[in-house]
Design a protein around this ligand. Structure first.
Ligand code: PHE
Length: 339
């Protein structure tokens, strides 16, 4: 029995000596001093020891328990001191380091321009609405006087979902929705995303348009021109001039393409206007009576004008952004510049 005690003592002190952390020490405590630990079990073996040897044996076991306990306590203190030192070192804060600055977000340039546009047209009496980006062929094309197989569909490479559903190629789809759902007088602008299968420095498969529609009695091309003149001077600068050129859209008749004097060089000629002094910014025209008829508005009583332009293009011209992709890549170095 005495040999057994010596064996346990050697092994226990060795394990305690080699323990490297609190968890290993706890394991050792359980192994020797726990309820069914080796030293506790020795007490049970006491029954097999001859009666006259028991007091001496009992004393030895108690000494063993005390030795193991002392070793455990000493090592526990050492290790917790070491662990504390390590944590203090690891979690030390260098108060002389410069603080991490808080990064606050900014509005996206397209959001800024859209807000500015809405404000300009709201001041001219237009209300604002939005519409679905997944649109039916009916509103995007047919009610706008663009029947199936019409050649002008080729101008807008369409992403079709199925035969009759598509990603809207133009916010003009909302013209048809609004005119079938409400009665004149109508004055509304529609900002929103549109989609076309088109991809280069000035075209992105997703981009943003801004549509305008006014329907009332006695609306003329003069009203359209005045409205666009005001818009161009507010969004670019007071000296901006507007020029209307004849064009073609199935849903307006007559149709125009609208140029403004270049806001970068004020008409002198530069990179943005390719030396011409003018930049094309939008398509517009007098609402085609055929569209009124299709949408249920009396074309013998009412007339109207409509216009549509790319918000991206306005942002690019206004801020001198060379590539439309920069508006969609979310590079913080670029976006930060538009506070
Ligand atoms: N929807 C046309 C386009 O995307 C622009 C336009 C809108 C033209 C309204 C005339 C009237 O090119």
């Amino acid at each position: 029995m005495k040999d057994k005690l010596d064996g346990i003592k050697c092994a226990a002190l060795d394990i305690i000596e080699r323990a490297e952390n609190t968890s290993q020490l706890n394991d050792a405590r359980v192994k020797y001093l726990g309820k069914s630990g080796e030293i506790s079990l020795l007490m049970r073996d006491m029954a097999t020891v001859p009666k006259e040897e028991r007091p001496a044996m009992g004393k030895l076991v108690n000494e063993l328990r005390a030795a193991v306990e002392n070793a455990l306590n000493a090592k526990t203190e050492l290790i917790s001191q070491l662990e504390l030192d390590r944590r203090l070192k690891e979690e030390a804060i260098d108060v002389t380091m410069p603080a991490k600055g808080k990064r606050t977000g900014t509005l996206h340039p397209l959001t800024l321009i859209t807000q500015e546009l809405i404000e300009i047209f709201a001041n001219m009496g237009f209300s604002v609405t939005e519409g679905p980006e997944i649109e039916s062929d009916l509103f995007n094309f047919q009610l706008l006087n663009i029947p199936k197989d019409h050649p002008s569909r080729d101008m807008q490479d369409t992403f079709y979902v199925n035969d009759s559903i598509l990603l809207r190629t133009q916010t003009s789809a909302m013209q048809a929705r609004i005119m079938t759902q409400s009665k004149p007088p109508i004055r509304v602008v529609v900002p929103g995303k549109v989609y076309r299968s088109d991809d280069d420095a000035s075209h992105s498969p997703i981009f943003n348009q801004f549509e305008g529609l006014a329907v009332d009695k006695h609306i003329t091309m003069g009203d359209l021109q005045g409205c666009l003149q005001t818009f161009a001077q507010k969004i670019f600068s007071k000296d901006t001039k507007v020029r209307l050129r004849p064009s073609y859209f199935p849903f307006t008749e007559p149709s125009v393409e609208v140029d403004v004097t270049c806001s970068m060089c004020h008409g002198k000629g530069c990179r943005v206007c390719k030396g011409t002094g003018w930049v094309e910014i939008l398509g517009a025209g007098i609402v085609n009576p055929a569209v009124f008829d299709a949408c249920g508005i009396d074309s013998s009583v009412y007339s109207g004008f409509a216009f549509g332009f790319g918000i991206d293009r306005i942002a690019m011209i206004k801020y001198g952004i060379p590539n439309i992709k920069m508006l969609y890549e979310n590079d913080m170095r670029f976006l930060k510049q538009f506070n």
